[in-house]
Write a protein that binds this ligand. Structure first.
Ligand SMILES: NC(=O)c1ccc[n+]([C@@H]2O[C@H](COP(=O)([O-])OP(=O)(O)OC[C@H]3O[C@@H](n4cnc5c(N)ncnc54)[C@H](OP(=O)(O)O)[C@@H]3O)[C@@H](O)[C@H]2O)c1
Length: 277
């Protein structure tokens, strides 16, 4: 059997790393790891073995999609699965974070996914049947205070994915959407929820999210919530929006806007005297 080539963005930690490890166990798999932290990618590739290669890239950079396409063309000449997983959340109300926070969130969580997909779509079509998995979030169905920029980017990704699903099925490129709830990772440690025995059960693992990504990609499922029960919240938002709006606007809901790794990185940059990007 010919090799099957899987490219995973955001592979240096969390859900992307777990996905890379899982997909690397598929027969004839070749995994291409993408993120900024090269030392992490090198260590992960070494632990996976010769089936893995990596590209250190900031996906927001203008030349990132072209560099990644050149690597795939040169080393494999085909692409069977693209997992658009890289992302981050900077918590702020709109009054505090303003357009600047929305813009940087959209740049990474939405625009970067589209730019990379645009660069790789011809290759995916040539390799069909192939697949794209876009990693949105339950926050791409239900918004919370202090998380509007993140929700906007994930709603956008979900909306675009539905259109792309309808367009690309004619070309044999399946588009799957994965919507995780709380998954404890570096970027989203969910410490506030994990610390409390009454809310700990809300938090899932990167391995479960990776399983959902595999099923949305190789299993050609159109949509997967992780854990599946989070789909109920999205369903309630559609059927009884007043109920969900009331619940998310209440003071008790603030615990659901958990602190993120991106916030910690911003705080560290400020403490070190530099300006967060
Ligand atoms: N964990 C959750 O609770 C949760 C819930 C819903 C949705 N999600 C989504 O799941 C995806 C993965 O998140 P995670 O929880 O696994 O968080 P994570 O551990 O922080 O992983 C994020 C990944 O994105 C990469 N990344 C960030 N900025 C990048 C950039 N500019 N260019 C290239 N790569 C970049 C990071 O690598 P480098 O820093 O090395 O670049 C890292 O590998 C995200 O899209 C997130 O929004 C997570």
């Amino acid at each position: 059997m010919a090799e099957r080539v899987f490219l995973i963005t955001g592979a240096s930690s969390g859900i992307g790393e777990a996905t890379a490890r899982l997909l690397a166990r598929e027969p004839d798999a070749r995994v291409i790891l993408v993120a900024r932290r090269e030392e992490r990618l090198r260590a992960l590739a070494a632990s996976i073995g010769p089936a893995a290669s990596w590209i250190a890239a900031d996906l927001v950079d203008d030349d990132a999609p072209g560099r990644i396409r050149a690597h795939v063309e040169e080393h494999h000449g085909r692409l069977d699965l693209l997992v658009n997983n890289a992302g981050a959340a900077w918590r702020a109300t709109f009054a505090d974070g303003g357009y600047a926070n929305v813009r940087r969130t959209m740049d990474l969580n939405f625009d970067a996914q589209l730019r990379l997909t645009e660069a790789l779509l011809p290759l995916l079509r040539r390799s069909a049947p192939s697949a794209i998995v876009n990693v949105s979030s339950t926050a791409g169905r239900v918004s919370r205070a202090g998380s509007g920029a993140y929700s906007a980017s994930k709603f956008a990704l979900a909306g675009w994915s539905d259109a792309l699903y309808a367009e690309e099925r004619l070309h044999g490129v399946h588009v799957g959407l994965v919507l995780p709830g709380f998954v404890a990772t570096e970027g989203f440690p969910a410490e506030e929820l994990v610390a409390n025995p009454r809310t700990r059960w809300l938090v899932s693992t990167p391995e479960r999210a990776a399983e959902a990504i595999r099923s949305a990609g190789l299993g050609r499922r159109p949509e997967r919530y992780v854990p599946r029960a989070y789909g109920i919240v999205a369903g309630l938002r559609a059927v009884t929006p007043w109920l969900v709006r009331r619940a998310t606007a209440g003071g008790a809901a603030s615990v659901l806007t958990t602190r993120t790794g991106a916030d910690a990185a911003d705080a560290a940059a400020r403490a070190g005297g530099s300006v967060p990007r």
